[in-house]
Design a protein around this ligand. Structure first.
Ligand SMILES: *Cc1c(COP(=O)(O)O)cnc(C)c1O
Length: 221
C-alpha cells in the first residue's frame, strides 16, 4: 500500500470503468484524495504524481500542512469534508477552496459573512444526514429543501451540490440514490459521496466527487 502513485492510477481506472458501464461520464467524476492523518511524504508523493484535489476534515490539521504545500504545488484544490465550527469559519474560508459540510444556519451565516469580508466566494455543498443517524453531522432529510433554499436565498451561498456519509453498517446504494433524488428536486447536479469502501457504487449512482483516503494513501497513522 505504499505506492501512492499506483493507487491513484488504479482508482482512476476503476472510476472510469464503473462510470462507463453505467452510462455516467467519467470526466464528471473527480477523485478527492483525503489526506487527513497521513504522513507528509505520502501526500507529497500524490502531489508529485500530479494529483491536485485533496480533502481534509479538520481546519487546524489542514493549516499545519496545506499553506506550504499549496505554495509549492500549483493548482491545488482543497476541500473541507469535516464538521465546521463557526469560530473556525474565517480560517476555513482563507485556506479551503470548497466547503462540503454546510449543515446548519449558524454555519451558513458564518461562512457567508466571512466570504463577504474576504471576497472569497467559495463553492459549498450541503451535508445531508442521509441515514438519519443521531450522532452524524448533516441537516435532517425533512429539513433539507428548506435549508438549501435558505443557503441560496438568505445567505447567498454558491450551493453546488450535496454531500453525505451513509451509515457504516448498511448497504450504501439506497442512500446514494436518495441523495441524488434530493439534489435533483432542488436543481443541484453535484453529489459528493463514496469513500474507499464504496466509491465505485457511488460512481454508479452518479457521484461527482468521491472522497478516498486509505485507498490512496494506505492506513492512517
Ligand atoms: C476520512 C474521510 C473520508 C475517507 O475515508 P476512507 O475510508 O479512508 O476512504 C471520506 N469522507 C470523509 C467525510 C472523511 O472524514
Amino acid at each position: 500500500m505504499s505506492d501512492v502513485s499506483a493507487n491513484l492510477t488504479e482508482i482512476q481506472a476503476r472510476i472510469t470503468k464503473r462510470a462507463k458501464k453505467w452510462g455516467e461520464d467519467p470526466d464528471t467524476v473527480t477523485l478527492i484524495a483525503v489526506s487527513k492523518q497521513q504522513p507528509i511524504d505520502r501526500v507529497e508523493a500524490a502531489l508529485k504524481a500530479g494529483h491536485r484535489v485533496y480533502g481534509e476534515n479538520r481546519v487546524q490539521e489542514a493549516q499545519g500542512k496545506w499553506p506550504e504545500l499549496k505554495e509549492k504545488y500549483d493548482g491545488t484544490e482543497l476541500h473541507l469534508i469535516g464538521p465546521l465550527q463557526s469560530n473556525k469559519a474565517k480560517d476555513a474560508v482563507a485556506l479551503f477552496d470548497v466547503i462540503q459540510t454546510v449543515d446548519r444556519p449558524k454555519i451558513a451565516r458564518a461562512l457567508a459573512d466571512e466570504m463577504k469580508k474576504s471576497g472569497r466566494n467559495l463553492p459549498v455543498y450541503i451535508q445531508i444526514n442521509i441515514g438519519a443517524e443521531d450522532q452524524k453531522a448533516g441537516i435532517d432529510i425533512a429539513d433539507a429543501d428548506a435549508f438549501i433554499a435558505e443557503c441560496r436565498d438568505v445567505y447567498g451561498l454558491d450551493v453546488q451540490g450535496l454531500m453525505c456519509i451513509p451509515p457504516a453498517e448498511e448497504q450504501p446504494a439506497p442512500f446514494f440514490a436518495l441523495l441524488g433524488k434530493i439534489a435533483k428536486r432542488n436543481g443541484l447536479s453535484k453529489l459528493s459521496m463514496g469513500m474507499s469502501s464504496d466509491y465505485e457504487i457511488a460512481v454508479q449512482f452518479g457521484a461527482s466527487l468521491v472522497r478516498v483516503g486509505t485507498g490512496v494513501f494506505g492506513a492512517r497513522g
